[in-house]
Design a protein around this ligand. Structure first.
Ligand code: ATP
Length: 880
């Protein structure tokens, strides 16, 4: 492999690689090279291997405790008990292993969905492939907004500038060329090379790939800091912290119970075993894994609806988002730009559909120039079959062709000599064409262009331009109809203009109005957001009146809305953000128009500083900083540039604004499910600890034997808990305000809920024990069995306590969740089998019981549900 392709000519390098530019690699070659060099990826972290996952299960405190218990049982001569504990140990390890394996696998699969795409020439045809499939020697085509997929040597450059800050930290764009450079040229000065991870700001380029994956410059740098393990999501961290705190609480409680039991004359070994079982039962070691599964499941569900979530934690942040910044074109409008009307420098507004328009254009020198400008000051590649690009420029080409202009011939006749590319700050672009003399064409926002116009064109003459105010009024009234307005200008010179002189003394030609209809489906989504307490703000580079009209059409702004709802970029004035009135005005605004990328970014920060969780929708390269800064960056899949997609957390594959609603809904559902899951598990665990504790304290027969506790937690409880994690959420979840993402998973209300449910279950178990002991006067082992079944059933019924208190008991997200019903049936079936299969029944000390006794069990178990519901509704707290 050639080490330094920048030191030789591009032709030499292509020869060395054995590639012809028009042909590229053949499909077979590419396949072979992919095998040889591997995917063009930089491992951010190594996915956990199976052996690592298994090892993690083995080095778990629960495993140590169970192992000690098994050894103790063996030493004390209870072989049966020892074997039973070992089986429980194996079950526990397997559950942990398979759950984590599923989580790791689904994450890997989901990660692939959000990858960068690249245009490559293979076997003579242009095709779009995943950037991961790029191989050395591939010919790639770059345009504005693309993210460079790998390192390569340029061989064709057309006004190509690249932002290399991701690699070099330097934010000034680097203009590229095809020169030969000396061997000692530093990375930042290698203008004939492109580097992975950098972004195309302007122009076009073709390059041959020299290195891929971890051998690229970026790969080498990143490899230095590869961390072997994935960072935890904030949710996992929170659950982990909660788990750790609970371990201590449990150990203290267990120790107390063992002490009390011994004082009350119970056998030491029995009490130690009970203590061990309780400790194992109540340590919520599975919490973080369940969170990962719930999040991954949410990502998966969304991916089927064309919403790609790139980072796991984004699902949760989405649920908390309370402000969405959106651009206009393509998000709130169809992005089907069409030329609607036109006014030449004389001022008369002409309807382009009008009967005699076509005829008039040909004879009107000013109109004719405007069409020339539309064709030439335009970056659409008209030589390809299905050209793509900026929708305004596409509309202009379509317009010129519709009028009978031979676009290709005109482009050929006036080759481009220089370009001042469009950028969102300047809001205009200009090109210089050479055909004997030089002619400059420029187009852009009226305010931006007019400051460079000294003259206007009147028939064949240029006259001094003066009536700016009149034009502002005209543009305002056209924009108020929802039209996007573009102004045009030109000049002819003998001397070649430079970038500094290109805009001097332009001649104003006129304006063109474009119609881009508002999207019909947006209104319904905006209503949903309103109910969900999410504020939508339009942040656009377009004219305030155009933005206002579109906002009114989609229902973002009422017809009689106060003018203070619309703020122009140059009036934002964030530097005075100490002023309370100004802060309030900025927070109340619905539209920010004519904003620059920097202002967009500052607005995101400003809202964040004022306590908002900001989602930002963007598609252009100018949106990248704000997308990064927002709590949730959302990019469009079809229309978005690669750069926007690369930094975004969420990609809407079908470009539908409405899809974010699904994502927010999913985020909320997942957070709620995880809460319910945690409340359910902890209340069940508390019930067990309390029941064993009270029995020890009151010297009653033990309601739970050690193996029964293990059976409950590792075999029966787990299924309803997992089912809660897979629920589809409350039907009115989008009618609630967003949750503060900083709020703990379990706040005061959830703790109350855990205590009330735990006590209700414990009360029914103790009631059963007391009834069987004092009234029925049964023998201790039968009392124990009755208490055990009561606990099993009461815990299964506890799932129905999870929905919020003011909703219906019969119709809610839990009763509607088929997984819950399946889990209950499965748990009952497993308990039934344990009762019927003699060796298991013996290990669990389960005796034969009459049908009548099961009726008593049912009554007491239902009693726990009744009590919990009564307390919950009386105290009116909600668990959501
Ligand atoms: P939106 O919110 O509608 O998506 P935006 O924020 O992306 O808009 P820009 O595309 O930056 O806005 O456009 C800002 C202004 O720049 C437009 O109102 C228009 O006057 C001008 N403009 C847009 N595209 C071009 C172009 N291709 N050439 C010249 N000027 C342009």
């Amino acid at each position: 492999m050639v080490q330094e392709p920048f030191t030789i000519s591009s032709g030499e390098f292509l020869d060395l690689m054995g590639v012809v530019p028009d042909q590229g690699r053949s499909l077979d070659e590419a396949r072979l090279l992919l095998k040889q060099y591997g995917y063009n990826q930089i491992p951010q972290y190594k996915p956990k291997s199976r052996s690592r996952i298994l090892a993690d299960q083995l080095f778990d405190p629960i495993v140590y405790i169970l192992a000690v218990a098994a050894v103790l049982a063996f030493v004390f001569g209870d072989v049966m008990e020892a074997l039973a504990i070992v089986s429980v140990l194996l079950i526990s390890i397997s559950i942990g292993f398979f759950m984590e394996l599923k989580a790791v696998r689904s994450l890997e699969a989901l990660r692939k969905l959000g990858e960068v795409k690249t245009t490559v020439v293979r076997s003579g045809k242009k095709q779009i492939v995943r950037a991961a499939e790029i191989v050395p020697g591939d010919i790639i085509c770059l345009q504005r907004g693309d993210v460079v997929p790998a390192d390569g040597r340029l061989f064709s450059v057309d006004n190509l500038s690249i932002k290399e800050s991701a690699l070099t930290g330097e934010s000034i764009p680097v203009f590229k060329n095809d020169d030969i450079l000396p061997a000692n040229t530093s990375l930042t000065e290698r203008t004939n090379m492109i580097y992975r991870g950098t972004t195309v700001l302007t122009g076009f380029g073709k390059a041959i790939i020299s290195t891929t994956g971890k051998n690229t410059e970026l790969g080498r740098i990143q490899q230095m800091g590869v961390n072997a393990e994935k960072e935890r999501t904030p949710l996992e961290t929170k659950l982990n912290q909660l788990g750790k705190r609970l371990i201590w609480l449990t150990l203290v409680l267990t120790f107390l119970i063992v002490l009390i039991g011994c004082f009350r004359g119970k056998e030491l070994l029995f009490m130690i075993e009970t203590g061990v079982a309780l400790a194992v039962a109540s340590i919520p070691e599975g919490l973080p894994i369940v969170a990962t599964i719930a999040l991954a499941q949410g990502m998966y569900r969304l991916s089927k609806k064309d919403v790609i979530i790139k980072k796991l934690e984004a699902v949760q942040t989405l649920g908390a988002t309370d402000v969405i910044f959106t651009d206009k074109t393509g998000t709130l409008t169809e992005d089907k730009m069409k030329v609607y009307n036109l006014a030449s420098s004389k001022g008369e507004v002409l309807d382009v559909e009008g009967g005699d328009f076509k005829r008039r254009v040909k004879h009107d020198p000013v109109l004719n120039r405007m069409i020339q400008a539309s064709i030439l000051c335009n970056n659409i590649d008209v030589n390809v079959d299905n050209p793509t690009g900026d929708s305004i420029e596409m509309a202009l080409i379509g317009f010129a062709r519709g009028l009978g202009y031979d676009v290709n011939a005109i482009k050929g006749e006036y080759p481009e000599y220089l370009e001042l590319p469009f950028n969102a700050n300047r809001k205009l672009m200009a090109t210089v064409h050479h055909n004997g003399d030089f002619v400059v064409y420029a187009k852009g926002a009226f305010e931006s262009l007019i400051s460079h116009c000294r003259y206007y064109q009147d028939e064949n003459e240029k006259k001094p331009f003066g009536n700016t105010e009149e034009w502002y009024e005209k543009i305002d009234s056209l924009a108020a109809q929802g039209l996007r307005i573009l102004a045009f200008a030109y000049k002819e010179t003998e001397k070649a203009p430079t970038e500094d002189t290109i805009l001097d003394q332009l001649v104003f030609l006129g304006i063109i109005g474009f119609l881009d209809p508002a999207r019909k489906d947006v209104k319904a989504t905006l209503d949903v957001y309103k109910k969900a307490g999410i504020k939508v703000v339009m942040v656009t580079g377009d004219h305030p009146s155009t933005s206002k009209k579109i906002a009114q059409e989609v229902g973002l702004l009422e017809a009689n809305a106060s003018p203070t709802k619309i703020i122009r970029g140059n009036n934002i004035g964030l530097e005075n953000s100490q002023n309370k009135e100004r802060v309030q005005r900025l927070l109340n605004a619905t539209i920010f128009a004519r904003v620059s990328p920097e202002q967009k970014l500052n607005l995101v920060s400003f809202y964040q500083q004022n306590g908002h969780i900001v989602g930002m929708i963007g598609d252009g390269i100018n949106d990248v900083p704000a997308l990064k800064k927002a709590d949730i960056g959302i990019a469009m899949g079809i229309r978005g540039t690669e750069a926007a997609r690369e930094v975004a957390d969420v990609i809407l594959k079908n470009d539908k604004f409405t899809a974010i609603e699904l994502a927010i809904n999913q985020g909320r559902v997942i957070f709620q499910n995880i809460r319910q899951f945690v409340v359910y598990l902890l209340s069940c665990n508390l019930a067990e600890i309390l029941s064993v504790g009270f029995a020890a304290l009151l010297n009653l027969p033990s309601p739970l034997l050690p193996l029964q506790i293990l059976f409950l937690n590792l075999v029966t409880d787990i299924f309803p808990a997992l089912a809660l994690g897979l629920g589809k959420g409350e039907s009115d979840i989008m009618d609630q305000p967003p949750k503060n993402p900083k709020a703990p998973i379990i706040n005061r209300i959830q703790w109350y809920a855990i205590i009330i449910y735990g006590f209700s279950i414990c009360a029914s178990v103790m009631g059963m024990v007391a009834y069987a002991h004092f009234v029925l006067r049964l023998e201790p082992i039968i009392i124990n069995n009755l208490a055990f079944y009561t606990l099993v059933l009461a815990q299964l019924l506890n799932v129905f306590n999870m929905p919020k208190s003011h909703g219906s008991f019969f119709v809610n997200e839990v009763t509607r969740n088929p997984w819950v019903w399946g889990a209950i049936l499965l748990s009952i079936a497993i308990t039934g089998l344990a009762y019927l299969i003699a060796p298991i029944a013996e290990a669990l000390s389960l005796k034969n019981l009459s049908g009548e006794t099961f009726t008593i069990v049912l009554v007491f178990a239902l009693g726990s549900l009744l009590l919990a519901q009564l307390l919950k509704r009386l105290l009116a707290f909600k668990v959501s």
